[in-house]
Design a binder for this molecule. Sequence first.
Ligand code: PNW
Length: 463
Amino acid sequence: MPFRKDFLWGFATASAQIEGGGAESEAASGRGPSIWDKYCETPGKIEDGSHVNKTCAHLDNYKEDVALLAKLGVNSYRFSISWPRIIPKGGRNDPVNEKGLQFYDNLIDELLKYNIKPMITLYHWDLPQELQDRYGGWLNQEEIVKDYTHYAKLCFERYGDRCKLWLTFNEPWCVAAHGHYHGKFAPGHTSDTEPWIVGHSLLIAHATAAKLYLSDFKPTQKGIIGITLNGDWTEPYDDSPENVKAAQNKMDAAVGWFADPIYLGHYPESMKEMLGDRLPEFTPAELELLKDSSEFFGANTYTTNIVQAGGTDEAAGKAKLGFVTKDGETIGWESSMDWHRAVPWGVRKYITYLWNRYQKPIYITENGYPTPGESSIPKDQAIHDDLRVKFYDGYLTNLRDAVEQDGVDLRSYFAWSFLDNFEWNSGLIPRFGCVYTDYETFERTPKDSAYWLGKFFKENITA
Ligand code: PNW
């Protein structure tokens, strides 16, 4: 069998994307507002005008959701904790919300009842709004590192006896680039200096919390901790030196920005050249902290780009991203999102690159596909999601080849996502779920892809 005996497979979600059951239920839960509540209340920011407080009502339906996960045959489930649900104002001297803490206790206990291993993401973008107001959130390294570490410690203390798989951050690139450069995610800033300050804070917050876990909790709790980064394969348009360099620059600006400091001890050279003194420098103490701060490489990956020189987007390393090759061929097939085309062969190149460059066991923590048109057809058609099955089949076959033929040390696969959910600035329109969500009744109906994945892993994980 290609996948190891202890291979983790399951679905991934995030607190802000699934928990909310409406304003009333959220208010009763004692959750404080996050930067996404404020962003949703800013006219024009969310494509369909939906609000993060009313998504899949997972808060009120977690037992049914866990029973469904068990029925689908997963051995693990990745979810995130909402920081403002357990510390409504977020800060290290602010009160905790016992109801919120209890919710994650209950969720974890429910998962363990079915032998499903919880994997917790500490930060999947829902920063307490109060911390944004108080001191600028991730822009204030000194304050946010202290508050984030306090929050992380609370989670290790409360849940670490039962949760053995920890992720400090989900996709810091999105927080810094989409949140502070492109302005398409909360808090919606468009700056050409902030993203690299924010990125630096995220790195130091990650390393501070991870080191705390490794020194004070791991010896008794025996879990593992790391960070998860988004990244996609970058295929040069042709073999001209400019385009080959552009492809590497894009990889550096998306992945190397965070991975190089953590695993190799420095920012990528191409980012230093591009940004000059807009890129912060690490102090020797910070470099020491970053070293060995992630026990594995957490990877979220979706697509592949054909890359040329001559772009302007600094968050993409000034590379020009497309999907058309020099021969005029469009790679892969379309999804419902403009940045995402399904390109199965790219995922094998991408994880082989990560394995060769960083030499860490790889945990795929997200991979998935929003089927085009799925939000405008009735449920009984949407659940027969052939193109999503084709996506998972193509990607997983390539990952299997990477393990068997390229020797990649792959330890997990989490499909994005369990349920159709709140897709950030695109609202409830794109449907990424392997389970259909009816947003009127909150009823769940598994799609064909959910069953397909169960069968695939049954046949490919060593018994
Ligand atoms: C990830 N891009 O976000 C997130 O971790 C999830 O919360 C999200 O729902 C999922 O992927 C699907 O989008 C991304 O623009 C958002 O390249 C945007 C990009 C990549 C990942």
